[in-house]
Design a protein around this ligand. Sequence first.
Ligand SMILES: Nc1ncnc2c1ncn2[C@@H]1O[C@H](COP(=O)(O)OP(=O)(O)OP(=O)(O)O)[C@@H](O)[C@H]1O
Ligand code: SF4
Ligand SMILES: [Mg+2]
Length: 341
Amino acid sequence: MTDPILQIDAVSKRFTRSPGVLLKGLDRLTGRDSSQTVHAVTDVSLSVPRGEVLGIVGESGCGKSTLGRIVSGIYTPSAGKVTLDGDPVARDSRGNVDKLTTRVQMIHQDPFASLNPRMKVGEIIAEGPRIHGLIPAKDVQSKVRALLEQVGLEGAYANRLPHQFSGGQRQRVAIARALAMQPELLVLDEAVASLDVSIQAQVLNLFMDLRKQLDLTALFISHDLSVVRHVCDRVAIMYLGRVVETAPANQLYEKPLHPYTSALFGSVPTLGTGRARFQPIKGEIPSPINPPKGCAFHPRCPLAGPRCRVEVPRVVNASSERSVACHIQDGGTGAENEAAA
Ligand SMILES: Nc1ncnc2c1ncn2[C@@H]1O[C@H](COP(=O)(O)OP(=O)(O)OP(=O)(O)O)[C@@H](O)[C@H]1O
Ligand code: SF4
Ligand SMILES: [Mg+2]
């Protein structure tokens, strides 16, 4: 494996959720503190080699976007650190995103919300490079045209406003804006989720072409398991803030090792139905405010044993390319002993 460009080391993120006005008032009277801690990301370690597209998959609320925002320098982790080519991704003392983090560009689900409606797309694309002095002023226009063409749009579209584009075209503009920063890493957060299926395929094909041309490294966050299989080299499965399994995509889809991954894959419709999102798994997703003790998946896991209820499973290497956090892969769950007793 080549040296990782992105290294995520034991990263956690906690949010404090303030109580409503009423509870706040009561707190003042009683001296209590009703604020709650959200365990959005817990002890995540991942390395991404240059040129790899790593999928991040898991149910809603499991911490995918939070992790993406930490990697992009938008959130500061509560613990752990993220480095890009050995340099820390961080904010400066005033809270501004460090210049370094221009090397990571994020592409969001809703291109309409992420593009300033009053700016021409040429200005939108040129804004970042101009601020950071990446392109000499005299070359900006030609660079913008070249970028628009690179994402399959006409150079003359630079004079249009975002509302004059379709959803798929707007997402192409968002990709052009990200590429204009000459990023070393892209974070795509549900980047095609808001598009029609046929348009999704076009934007994904564009992304596949660009990754080959530019040797892009990317985190590809998605609910859509068939898209992830198509686009990603490797996949990390998240559950309630933790990464529970990582594996090359083909191996993961052939033989998932973690019971949660198996449950997710058990409900993947076939590619081409246009509805390839996984169905909810039996049981409620526990609250990240008060995650279950031991293995967070134990209340929903058909294989849970006594050990699972008290001990957080450590991440073990299942092979040179795979890791999994489940007691079954690390000495057993304790159910064997219970059955024998
Ligand atoms: N700024 C914030 N303040 C408080 N809680 C937050 C904040 N951002 C995220 N959370 C909480 O952190 C948890 C993880 O959220 P996150 O958005 O990372 O999940 P996700 O996996 O991206 O979900 P989805 O698939 O729905 O986009 C959720 O419980 C969410 O409510
Ligand atoms: S550690 Fe136990 S509860 Fe968690 S996934 Fe493995 S078997 Fe299931
Ligand atoms: Mg999200």
